[in-house]
Design a protein around this ligand. Structure first.
Ligand code: CU
Length: 296
């Protein structure tokens, strides 16, 4: 008997030590996650929350999420959990052998209709403001057209007469520093602190052009041009992906945007106009040519 008790005690002690270790690991992991997301421009392992916002739009989206939606979600969850625990304890069979047959209570019914309405109004006001801001495109400094293809993106700068295609780099061809499934062979280049208007369409099925750090996500639909905009406030490389299930290689049509200074952008434009001129023999559009040939 004494032996059994001592075995049980040592098992318990072992369990407590293991639990403490797991807790420590979880806390360290959580802190590392917070640190690693601090300057990310792409998704990170074990990431929580959004990528850091680099446009006014995404800053508003992040604010809406952090200060409106999250408190509402946490509040409702805690309240419902508390109510359930209260009911479990107070009205359990032992404590409450003859249950009440009440089926209506006007006060409670008014409250559970009015309070959710008020919560929805609180959410709706900043939500509509945000939608309005997203839909109102300021005067554009640069216009970019994104065309979804199965399975890569084509880009045009209509004002500059530039067109190129942007295809994912396969695992075997990745260079150090290039993220898997996100890096592309030809990159979009845009100037920092300038309004970029994006025209989005598709040449085949529905795709969606999305860059999380910009707060931008729009469907690409054949025969229709959708619009959105962004103004990036920080130079860097930002990644996005097609965000509409478009077929077997949906996960392999990433978006890579290089946001550079105005001087660098001007230098890139000079190069790009030679390399990616719209009408000439444009070597970057080989995928489209091959596909077109296959169709013929
Ligand atoms: Cu797609």
């Amino acid at each position: 008997m004494v032996f059994c008790q001592s075995v049980a005690k040592s098992n318990l002690a072992l369990f407590v030590i293991k639990a403490k270790l797991i807790m420590k690991k979880a806390i360290i992991l959580f802190l590392l996650t917070l640190m690693s997301t601090a300057h990310a421009s792409q998704p990170k392992d074990w990431q929580l929350g959004f990528q850091p916002a680099v446009t006014p739009l995404m800053k508003d989206v992040t604010w809406m999420h952090d200060y409106i939606l999250l408190p509402v979600i946490v509040g409702i969850s805690v309240f419902v959990l508390f109510l359930m625990l209260y009911v479990f304890v107070k009205f359990r069979e032992g404590k409450n052998p003859t249950p009440s047959k009440t089926t209506h209570n006007v006060m409670i019914e008014v409250l559970w209709t009015v309070i959710p309405c008020l919560i929805l109004i609180v959410i709706a006001v900043p939500s509509f403001k945000l939608l309005y801001k997203e839909e109102t495109i300021p005067k554009a400094d640069v216009t970019l057209k994104a065309i979804g293809y199965q399975w890569y993106w084509g880009y045009e700068y209509p004002d500059e007469k530039i067109a190129f295609e942007s295809v994912m780099i396969e695992d075997k061809d990745l260079k150090p520093g290039q993220p898997r499934l996100l890096a592309t062979d030809t990159k979009i280049v845009v100037p920092v602190n300038k309004v970029v208007k994006v025209l989005i369409t598709s040449a085949d099925v529905n795709h969606a052009w999305a860059v999380p750090a910009f707060g931008v996500k729009r469907d690409a639909i054949k025969g229709r041009i959708n619009e959105t905009w962004f103004k990036v406030e920080k130079e860097g490389i930002y990644y996005g992906q097609c965000s509409e299930l478009c077929g077997i290689k949906h996960a392999f049509m990433p978006i890579e945007v290089h946001v550079v200074s105005e001087d660098k952008y001007a230098a890139w434009l000079i190069e790009a106009k030679k390399k990616f001129a719209m009408e000439e023999n444009n070597s970057s559009r080989k995928v489209k040519k091959i596909l077109n040939k296959e169709k013929m």
